[in-house]
Write a protein that binds this ligand. Sequence first.
Ligand code: URA
Length: 210
Amino acid sequence: MSALKIPGHDAPAPGEVALDEIRAVMGDCLRCELGQTRTNIVFGVGNPHARVMFIGEGPGRNEDLQGEPFVGAAGHKLDELLSVAGLTRDEVYIANVVKCRPPGNRNPKPGEIEACSPFLREQVRSVWPDMIVTLGNFASQWLLKTERGVTKLRGALYQVGHFVVCPTFHPAACIYHADWLPLLREDLAMAGAWLRVNPEASDEGVKDGS
Ligand code: URA
């Protein structure tokens, strides 16, 4: 995967590149076929210096129309889940693995994920959170660089370089698997507990996910 070239930054340090500089490089992106059918690029939203970043899969219909991740029903669900971790939306940063809506909400294809990855990587580097909560298979596998499914990964925290990663179910998946919702809540409660006992980033008490 090639590194994203950001004008004016040769080898940017964490937090050096502002999110709007990354968005500017993305431009009116047509790097994959999702660009042909989207209404808006859904880049990401929230606190640019958040301690916690959430990564979803990709925009749905409402997000595509409004240009913002997790709005409407999906947004309300996420807000409710954030509260389980003791978080509010203005404290966190939210992005997706792919930034344009897959038609009909199909799964993103490997080439689409590949095309979008440099932008997500730079967003993570810009925000430089302590913790990243990955919602669902695509985000969890992307960050943990694994093919294991989220049902196997969830329930634990993983240290990936600087970041503590909390892989968990995608809230939308819990519509079809109601028994996953209490597990998703458990994971977010665990994330919240970690944040409370670790005021700064720490390497202790987590699995090595590298
Ligand atoms: N589901 C996602 O994964 N991302 C969104 O932005 C909305 C729904």
